[in-house]
Ligand binder design. Structure first.
Ligand code: FAD
Length: 342
């Protein structure tokens, strides 16, 4: 197994940031991963050499060259491993493309992931930040995953509770950051769909499509249509989707905010807190459509920061700092980043 040296990561991150990795390798099997980790240890000269596992690079911002080993996950394979009366259990290699897995499930009539159509990236990263869209999070269809501990060199199985899923969070983004390589994920999918069309513009889009009796195919198509019209395609303009999370505040805080800013947009959560639309807060501070050099805030979706070509990770990061500052000054609300900053 050979490590490549001084490799540009531009093709490996959807922001299109031209950072370089000191060492780089791709692995296709778990034994290749183990071999690569061993080579990395030798190359870095000690046990502490940093390792970054990369999927599709669609939730990452490189602000500097990576002074360690970047390992690209290419573990493939999708199979049905069990079923009962109500569910099928589908296991996917972590290197599979998320949207291809969604399409595969839909073509087999397995329901639950249709609202998560067209989210970029790999299957392995999906539990990492509990990906979600249009009222569904991956935790709703998650069964378990296998992850390889980089130091201990053993595979551990995590069930839903062990993953400690939260809003765009899991134990792998927190306490176990950079400690595990997620190698495969098993999903529990319904044989009989329970469609969720109440969120966002799905119903409206289904109507436009002339669909009277929605099914998983049409819901997926509706989601694809909405996303394609709203979100910039990373193949055209570099971006990593929503750069910030929607902040959660108390209902008392929301009441106060509403008095000062009657247009503020928020959704009441089951715990009575209110989730604010970060895009609205950012737009109110005048950032929507802003551009300095090649770093900007998208003209249709203020939550998405973009690289028009040659922006550096630091320029994008500096813009995110300015946005956080101005939202805090105007609304007293602190935004946090959804994207992994490296
Ligand atoms: C246009 C666009 C739209 C988007 N829309 C959404 C959306 O609607 N909802 C949503 O939730 N996200 C969205 N995203 C963000 C992104 O698609 C997801 O976060 C996705 O899961 C990232 O997958 P990836 O393989 O590209 O991860 P990467 O960017 O490669 O990695 C992200 C993090 O996960 C770690 N990681 C990756 N693979 C593994 C592994 N196998 N084991 C351990 N750690 C790993 C990396 O080290 C890194 O810290 C969007 C992004 C774009 C560009």
């Amino acid at each position: 197994m050979k490590l490549q040296e001084n490799i540009s990561l531009k093709e490996y991150n959807t922001f299109g940031i031209d950072a370089r990795a000191k060492y780089f390798a791709a692995f296709n099997t778990l034994s290749e991963l183990e071999e690569t980790l061993e080579c990395s240890k030798q190359a870095m000269g000690n046990d502490k050499g940093e390792t970054l596992i990369l999927g599709g690079g669609s939730n990452i911002l490189f602000t500097k060259n990576y002074d360690g080993v970047v390992l690209k996950n290419q573990l493939l394979g999708i199979k049905k491993i069990a079923e009962d009366e109500a569910y099928v259990y589908v296991q996917s290699g972590a290197g599979e493309n998320w949207h291809q897995l969604v399409l595969y499930c839909i073509s087999n009539g397995w329901a639950g992931v249709e609202n998560l159509s067209l989210i970029p990236g790999s299957v392995g990263a999906s539990p990492m930040q509990n990906i979600g869209a249009y009222g569904v999070d991956i935790k709703d269809v998650f069964h378990s995953l296998e992850a390889f501990h980089i130091q201990e060199k053993e595979t551990i199985i995590f069930d839903t509770a062990a993953c400690e899923f939260g809003y765009r969070e899991s134990i792998f983004k927190g306490k176990y950051k950079n400690q595990f390589v997620i190698s495969n994920v098993t999903f529990r999918l319904r044989k009989k769909p329970s469609l969720n069309t109440s969120y966002g513009a799905i119903e409206q889009e289904l109507e436009l499509m002339g669909v009277k009796e929605p099914n998983i195919q049409s819901v997926s198509k509706a989601v694809i249509n909405i996303r394609s019209s709203k979100l910039p395609d990373p193949a055209v303009i570099g971006n990593a989707g929503s750069f910030f999370k929607n902040p959660e505040i108390s209902s008392a805080g929301f009441k106060l905010l509403k008095e000062l800013h009657p247009g503020v947009v928020g959704y009441v959560l089951p715990n009575d807190n209110v989730k604010l639309a970060a895009g609205w807060l950012i737009e109110q501070c005048g950032w929507k459509g802003y551009r300095k050099g090649d770093a900007g805030c998208h003209a249709k979706q203020a939550l998405v920061l973009v690289n028009y070509g040659t922006a550096t990770g630091n320029e994008i990061f500096a813009l995110s700092e300015q946005i956080i500052d101005s939202v805090n000054k105007k609304f007293g609300v602190l935004l946090s980043r959804e994207v992994n900053v490296v």
